[in-house]
Design a protein around this ligand. Structure first.
Ligand code: FAD
Length: 275
């Protein structure tokens, strides 16, 4: 289908983009890579009056170490994550997860900020950022605020972002080149995950486990994490991975099937990351 007619603006600076969004609020939509927004507009599930294109804003394409953290601009593309030598050394989970998203075309256009803002519970990056205890930085007309990703998602495709705020940066701790794993289960190589599990060993030594498609938002396997902290074996801890989850039913699988997958993938991911 063809989208409803809309105005298009491509601001040259971040301030300009924020000001534009502030004046048009809910009538406007932000375009980054367009790989989620454009299909939704073509289906007429979204019909913004104004599309604000931030995909080429250089101010949102940084990737740098800042103290104990890595700061990644929202318009940084999957391809930039996959090929980043900084991430390979400082937070190797992220490029590994980004490499599993879609196909090369999707990875050349899609952005980290777009994936985080979109809030698809089947998305790979939100769970990876959750496993890393990352932070989402938002900017609106009243300035910036930082939200832990654990508090960012409120439901299916819903976040705490206000209509006049942009996601400008994602921050993750420097977790290093080892101690991580990503297990993504798909039917075909380029598909979204039926279930996926990200494991990250944190600088504190804690082992974090986050899951894709096991609820309406990315979710942590808290029972598994607690069991590991108590010294339980990987097999025993992984058996608890589905506790407290609410996986969807769809053509790819029942909730029961997904609970089973969560346990198996968590065991495999933990064996790779920490065994
Ligand atoms: C064929 C195909 C296969 C795919 N496979 C996968 C997959 O395996 N795994 C996966 O996780 N994803 C997959 N995707 C989705 C892909 O990852 C999208 O690129 C991503 O979800 C959105 O990023 P984007 O930059 O394209 O955002 P856009 O489509 O431009 O925007 C998505 C939403 O976020 C909003 N938005 C974007 N940037 C910002 C910002 N900075 N601040 C505030 N709001 C913003 C937009 O307004 C829109 O509502 C696939 C997509 C396609 C087309």
């Amino acid at each position: 289908m063809i989208p409803v007619a809309f105005d298009y603006q491509r601001p040259q600076t971040l301030d300009e983009a924020v000001a534009l969004l502030a004046t048009r609020g809910e009538d406007a939509t932000v375009l980054a890579g367009g790989h989620s927004l454009l299909p939704v507009m073509k289906l007429r599930m979204a019909a913004p009056e104004l599309v604000i294109d931030i995909g080429r804003l250089a101010e949102l394409r940084h990737l740098r170490v800042e103290g104990d953290e890595i700061a990644i601009g929202a318009a940084t593309r999957y391809r930039d994550l996959v090929t980043s030598t900084v991430l390979a050394a400082e937070c190797a989970l992220l490029p590994a997860v980004a490499a599993t998203v879609g196909d090369p075309q999707v990875r050349h256009r899609g952005t980290l900020g777009g994936a985080i803002a979109h809030g698809d519970p089947a998305g790979d990056m939100p769970a990876a950022i959750l496993a890393l205890d990352g932070t989402v930085v938002l900017q609106g007309p009243n300035g910036r605020r930082s939200v832990p990703v654990a508090e960012f998602y409120t439901g299916l495709f819903s976040t705490v972002r206000e209509p006049d705020e942009l996601v400008v940066e994602i921050r993750v701790p420097r977790t290093g080149a080892t101690g991580w794993a990503y297990e993504k289960f798909t039917r075909r190589s380029n598909d979204w995950a039926i279930v996926a599990v990200a494991v990250a060993t944190m600088p504190s030594g804690a082992v974090n486990v986050a899951m894709v498609n096991m609820a309406g938002t990315p979710i942590r396997a808290t029972a598994t994490e607690a069991a590991l902290a108590e010294g339980k074996s990987i097999v025993d801890a992984a058996a608890l991975a589905a506790e407290g989850t609410n996986p969807p039913a769809d053509t790819h699988g029942t909730p029961e099937y997904r609970r089973h997958l969560a346990q198996v993938l968590t065991r495999r991911a933990l064996q790779t990351a920490i065994a």
